[in-house]
Design a protein around this ligand. Structure first.
Ligand SMILES: Cc1ncc(C[n+]2csc(CCOP(=O)(O)OP(=O)(O)O)c2C)c(N)n1
Ligand SMILES: [Mg+2]
Length: 338
């Protein structure tokens, strides 16, 4: 092979291996093991209320979040554990929140759907489907109004696109974008279902990325199982939104491997075969294989990450278990703004 060709192949590999992919893999493994533990703890009665896990969708969070800067802020719905952990929230405090303990990230009063950690740029965690879209759009405006170049990222599901606030938020973001006052990236986590209703049954137009263009917001689709693809789009789009203050929408096509929530046991709306087929495109396996092929990742390296994740989850569980319940008078604190 000509020397030039060898050098350009090496350059491609360097470019592919340049971001800290092992750190991204480590995080994705931690989040997966953390959420598997939460499913077990829910069944043991340790976690009350609702529990929606992100298993299968991890690349959609990590591909974007790993490309953000400190100071950027993020909003999402109730399927929020991965986003909090990847932004840097302490696993022990997140687990304590799910256990309803006073050491929890929302003092044990929010639970799984209402994680909140402003220090790490995490502005929640919302149980009202689509309700946070208007908050995120206003926050993006505020960041520009204050003269910063910080941006907002707003995640939501395919189902959230059928609710009124979605249209209100898109219209305002489109309008404010004309003046460079809407530095926001909307991420549609299109996992194919809103609870038990498939996209084909809930959306008149199934090309979800196309819908936002009606509000003058440019958009594109990405393979949400491939963190390389998500990260690639993220880097370009983040740069553009930060620079211009204009909104952008990314539809990440993904799939949830677990039920809608912990109570969705029978899943009559989809077949076991369909789920098994999608598991062949596990985002963690895709990333691991790519790193072994191109960047020299060894089985031993993965084993070390798995062991470290198991230890971290065990520590988080112990912390949650041993933490105290909130005091009774906490019931009325942080409820109404003073
Ligand atoms: C305003 C409102 N309506 C209905 C619900 C009940 N609900 C909870 S989750 C959900 C489906 C949302 O699906 P999607 O946006 O695709 O998110 P996913 O669960 O797939 O991540 C619905 C209808 C709710 N929480 N809020
Ligand atoms: Mg969905």
């Amino acid at each position: 092979m000509a020397k030039q060709e060898t050098e350009s192949a090496a350059a491609v590999i360097d470019a592919v291996c340049a971001p800290d992919w092992t750190e991204i893999l480590r995080q994705m493994i931690l989040v997966r093991r953390f959420e598997e533990a939460t499913e077990r703890e829910f069944r043991r009665g340790k976690i009350g209320g609702y529990l929606h896990v992100y298993i299968g969708q991890e690349a959609v969070a990590s591909g974007i979040i790993s490309a953000l800067r400190k100071g950027d802020i993020l909003f999402t719905g109730y399927r929020d554990h991965a986003h909090a952990l990847m932004l840097g929230s302490d696993p022990g405090r997140v687990m304590a929140e799910l256990f309803g303990k006073s050491t929890g990230i929302s003092k044990g009063k929010g639970g799984s759907m209402h994680l909140f950690d402003v220090e790490h740029g995490f502005y929640g965690g919302y149980g009202i489907v689509g309700g946070h879209l208007t908050l995120a759009t206003g926050a993006a405006y505020a960041l520009r109004y204050q003269g910063t170049d910080r941006i907002t990222v707003c995640y939501f599901g395919d189902g959230a696109m059928n609710i009124g606030p979605f249209h209100e938020a898109m219209n305002m973001a489109g309008l404010w974008g004309h003046e460079g006052m809407a530095p926001i990236i909307f991420i549609i986590e299109n996992n194919g279902y809103a609870m038990g209703t498939s996209v084909e049954r809930h959306s008149a137009l199934t090309d979800l990325a196309a819908r936002v263009r009606a509000y003058d917001i440019p958009s594109e689709k990405v393979d949400g199982q491939d963190v390389f693809a998500v990260r690639g789009v993220a880097e370009r789009v983040i740069r553009q939104v930060r620079e211009n203050g204009t909104p952008y929408c990314i539809e990440a096509v993904t799939y949830r491997f677990s039920g809608h929530g912990a109570a969705d046991i029978l899943q009559p709306y989809r077949s076991k075969e369909e789920v098994e087929q999608h598991k062949h495109r596990d985002p963690i396996v895709i990333l691991r294989n790519r790193l072994s092929e191109l960047c020299g990742l060894k089985d031993d390296d993965v084993k070390r990450m798995e062991d470290a994740a198991a230890e971290e989850v065990a520590r988080a569980l112990k912390f949650a278990e041993e933490s105290p319940q909130p005091e009774a008078d906490e019931l009325y604190r942080d409820v109404v703004a003073e």
